[in-house]
Design a protein around this ligand. Structure first.
Ligand code: PLP
Length: 356
């Protein structure tokens, strides 16, 4: 990214040499992201992040009078977009999930109506890591001839993704969830899928996203795609995640979504009798960064909509923390985390016993 931040400021839409150089870097990144998702480069639209990709997929597909099916555990980037459509004369349906946070594909089939325009179901949940049966839903969407959007922000870089195996028409990714730069993302748009752009302006990104491309950011996203394709499987991270859960379960009530298939880096743990936010702060002071609820909405004291949709009580949701690992997490860090959590959970439980 550095040359495009410090020395080379060509606009990828300009025809002079500087512009052509920027264009070539953007197209190289497009080819990398396309390879990551198993699609053609022309089917990749660069965006300003996962939220924008989700918004473009939802708002760009649906008109008043249409029907949209989504799930109750989507990220707010989809959930709030669909809710807004509901206020604008679109019929919307939020499918429930089971106790592990999984949508039943058959519920999607049952919810279909003649005017169903879009199905939007995520691949991996951001709070629990739980995987949805997107391939099964893709088959149902295909049989019904309904457009299918997958929010794969939490899956990209952690699981192999192939848009043809999933059978989706639209799929969102975000740079900063796969070691790329913040504020970058992409939307896969299957050839022939008409999409109304969110912004009016120039003809950038094949008229699907007006505005001068963020060349440095796009180059960073392309490099992140290359890196995750090179770095292979998640088995090491899965081993560390299991080690963490085993250690934490000595002090915890359970792993939320633990009975379902999950991505390897996320763990959502319930510490009965402990206030989640107090534990986040206590751990932060000791140098361990974890989150209660979704990081994107931290600061809000509402218990997580995902955990509540799974049938957890507001109290249990408030006593749950999300732990995220990354590619460079070490065994020593996991053991240190277990130690810190054990001591802080014990301290907070003692405190609440004294004040009760
Ligand atoms: N979708 C999911 C599942 C996410 O986890 C996130 C971010 O956490 C987003 C969408 C939004 O992505 P961004 O932060 O790039 O806007």
């Amino acid at each position: 990214m550095r040359p495009f931040l410090l020395e080379q400021f060509g606009n990828a839409s300009s025809i002079h040499q500087e512009g052509q150089h920027a264009r070539s870097a953007v197209e190289q990144a497009r080819a990398s992201v396309a390879r990551l998702l198993g699609c053609r480069p022309a089917e990749i639209v660069f965006t300003g992040g996962g939220t924008e990709s989700d918004n473009l997929a939802v708002f760009g597909s649906v008109r008043p009078g249409d029907h949209v099916i989504t799930s109750a555990v989507e990220h707010h980037a989809v959930l709030h977009a669909v809710e807004r459509l509901g206020e604008r004369g679109v019929e919307v349906e939020f499918l429930p999930v089971n106790g592990d946070g999984v949508v039943a594909a058959e519920d999607v089939r049952r919810a279909l109506r003649p005017n169903t325009r879009l199905i939007s179901v995520m691949m991996a949940n951001n709070e629990t890591g739980v995987l949805q049966p997107v391939e099964e839903i893709g088959r149902i969407a295909g049989e019904a001839g309904v457009r299918f959007h997958v929010d794969a922000v939490q899956a990209a870089g952690k699981l192999g993704i192939n848009v043809d195996s999933i059978g989706c028409h639209l799929l969102s990714i975000s740079g900063h969830k796969m070691h790329g730069p913040q504020g970058t993302g992409a939307l896969f748009v299957r050839r022939g899928t008409r999409l109304e752009p969110l912004s009016a302006g120039g003809a950038h990104e094949r008229q699907r996203r007006a505005g001068t491309e963020n060349v440095a950011g796009i180059v960073g996203l392309g490099q992140a795609a290359e890196c995750v394709m090179r770095s292979g499987t998640q088995e090491r991270m899965r081993g560390l995640r299991d080690r963490l859960e085993l250690g934490l379960l000595q002090h915890a009530g359970g792993v939320n979504g633990g009975g379902a298939p999950r991505v390897a880096n996320t763990s959502n743990v319930w510490f009965d009798g402990v206030d989640g936010e107090a534990l986040v702060i206590a751990l932060d002071l000791k140098g361990l960064a974890v989150s209660s609820g979704a990081a994107c909405s931290s600061g809000a004291s509402e218990p997580s909509h995902v955990l509540q949709a799974m049938g957890l009580s507001p109290d249990r949701a408030r006593s749950s923390l999300r732990f995220s690992l990354h590619r460079q997490t070490t065994e020593e860090e996991i053991d240190r985390a277990i130690e810190l959590v054990s001591s802080q959970v014990a301290r907070l439980r003692e405190l609440s016993a004294v004040t009760r």
